[in-house]
Design a protein around this ligand. Sequence first.
Ligand code: GDP
Length: 315
Amino acid sequence: MELVEGALRGEKYAIARLVSLFEDRRVEMARERGRVIEALQRAPSRRVAAIVGITGTPGAGKSTLTAELVSRIREMREGIRIAIVAIDPSSHVSGGSLLGDRTRMRLAAGDSRVYFRSQASDTALGGLSPTTFQVIRVLFHLFDIIFVETVGIGQSEIDIRYLADRVYLVMQPLAGDEVQFLKAGIMEVPDEIILNKCDAHEAALKSYRALKSVLTMARPFDADTIAIHRVSALTGMNMDELATRIFENAERFRQPDLFAREVHHLGRWVEDEWGRVGLRELSAMGGAGEVLRVAGDFDRAQRRFDEAIRESLRR
Ligand code: GDP
């Protein structure tokens, strides 16, 4: 497969073509996707990506931060390939995100080892776009690290847990997010917290203290062990340390395959395409894990489910 070979060599055009195939929501394309995944799995030069989740409210500095992290991490290992998948809520029109997009694209344009893709999210699904997982499935074999940037605005943001090996919540001083996050259950999501914009010293110190006490309420059992990184993406303060930490964590928490995540995202796909009727059918079939196991892989599982539900709707 020419596209697969090109993508493995890091050619952006080939990667973009594959990404489009995986963003195509038609089930008919599952067969083709399955062939691509099989070719990738057989390829000696394939990679196994660590998936790094970056989440936080719009304007917290996620895109600036990610761009800064990526430019540091790419210096840490020769030949490393990094992808950034940014999910922006379709309703979000603030200039912050557009500015961030430009920063990230400039970064990617100057370096063939950095690939950038942005997706519009369905607000119903919170942070993740329905096709985000599909895109991750293909990038997983092509890159060493994938940054997935999502907007933390509600409970459904918890989806990022089922995608990333490690989740970082980005906050900014005195945004007043702490209490909101506490109520929405967001505080239970991150493995580590990044308090950005600490160039505003006094505000940063106050926020750090507020954050500490909110964490103690939200997570009485592990509050003390959660790292809070105080950085400034703008001035570079503590950014080398943070980049090193994220790079080391990527090595440490990288999972060898996507199976556990496929189970979750197959369920999400069923819900998204077929709603409650779909979920009932899935459960009658033994659940997502069983359907995956019987079918053998994600693409076959989608086709199998699609056939089964059409069949049962005809009856
Ligand atoms: P996102 O919406 O979370 O991706 O946020 P952006 O990266 O677009 O940043 C939002 C705004 O915050 C922009 O105007 C950035 O220049 C600014 N910003 C980002 N990081 C810092 C920082 O460390 N310090 C300060 N003072 N401003 C920052």
